[in-house]
Write a protein that binds this ligand. Structure first.
Ligand SMILES: [Zn+2]
Length: 342
């Protein structure tokens, strides 16, 4: 069986912060994305070896100060990362991979035997106070989704994980965060609720005209971690048509850490039984902390699929989870975007 597999969260290696504690914009060369025997867990040769057809590459910004300098540095960093992602194909991967901005592009790349690379963002921090940046990110870089937060609150919304300060800053979404979601809907960007607090997530589901999704999160009923979604959250994903992309983080899969591909399969099965196979997919968080026994790098992706089969998923379920559900959701965002242009 030939199946299309899409991984919805992969980081690109980058220096985290400058000596001043600001998000670092110094470009990190991405030549190793074209190599097989390198430390990096996601590379295009590894993806090809593992049967991975599409990779969402995240321009991630670490949360720093909510001041002008912090926002300016984060905005500069996010754009530098998006440019680095854009440069990968012409510099290193001609004929091997394709930068894709729509579901149709992704399907076409898969047919051509090229690995689809999709630019996305992790953390809405670089938006600063300017929601018009959403249009720029979508039109200039083709960014297809963005997590509202990372760890720590920003100006848009409250985060699920707070390392210092109050548990809540806005009680969910701020008014800016609400405007940002409207802009995302208009510009075909999906609202990614991974890292968001429960209230932020529930409010985003209410507000967004396109179903929201969690690009890299697991099931709280199986592993009580603040980054995971509880049963109530899964139920609203079902009602709204959203998705949860189970992720290969050992600490989100199993209490105390050390989750494996078998645990990953249990989380997928839990979602299938509770809300249906059309609401679940997969992600690795490679090069951002992800990687588990049975799925250590992109080259082992076929092993993860085999583990899902061993846990009883049939061919049509595998297809849905491996990539079709995510393509369908991208298409919904594209339909909503077309509506705002006419
Ligand atoms: Zn993350």
């Amino acid at each position: 069986m030939s199946i299309f597999i899409m991984d919805t969260h992969i980081d690109i290696p980058w220096e985290e912060k400058t000596a001043d504690g600001l998000p670092s914009w110094h470009k990190r060369d991405q030549a190793d994305c074209a190599q097989r025997d390198v430390e990096r867990r996601f590379t295009v040769p590894k993806a090809k070896a593992g049967g991975l057809g599409a990779a969402c590459l995240a321009a991630y910004t670490p949360q720093a100060g909510l001041d002008e300098a912090g926002h300016a540095a984060a905005w500069r960093r996010a754009q530098a990362m998006l440019e680095a992602i854009e440069d990968m194909v012409p510099h290193y991967l001609e004929g091997e991979a394709a930068l894709c901005h729509t579901a149709a592009h992704i399907r076409q790349a898969a047919q051509n035997g090229e690995v689809a690379l999709i630019p996305v963002m992790e953390n809405g921090y670089p938006i600063g106070e300017d929601d018009s940046r959403i249009g720029w990110l979508a039109q200039r870089y083709g960014v297809r989704y963005m997590t509202l937060t990372h760890n720590g609150h920003n100006l848009l919304a409250d985060s699920a994980v707070v390392r210092e300060g109050p548990e809540e800053a806005h009680g969910g979404l701020s008014s800016l965060g609400r405007r940002v979601i409207q802009q995302m809907n208009r510009h075909g960007m999906l609202v990614d609720v991974s890292h968001a607090s429960r209230k932020t997530m529930m409010q985003a589901v209410e507000l967004s005209e396109v179903p929201v999704f969690a690009s890299h999160s697991c099931v709280r009923a199986l592993c009580d971690h603040p980054r995971n979604l509880d049963d109530g959250q899964l139920d609203v994903l079902k009602a709204s048509g959203g998705l949860i992309q189970i992720t290969a983080m050992g600490a989100f899969l199993k209490r105390g850490g050390g989750g494996t591909a078998a645990d990953f399969a249990k989380h997928v099965l839990y979602v299938i039984r509770r809300i249906g196979v059309e609401h679940v997919g997969l992600s690795s968080d490679f090069d951002g902390g992800g990687g588990i026994e049975g799925w250590q790098d992109a080259g082992e992706t076929h092993q993860l699929i085999q583990t899902l089969q061993e846990h009883g998923l049939d061919d049509s379920e595998i297809r849905a989870v491996a990539g079709e559900n995510m393509l369908t959701l991208l298409e919904k965002a594209e339909e909503r975007m077309t509506k705002s242009q006419t």
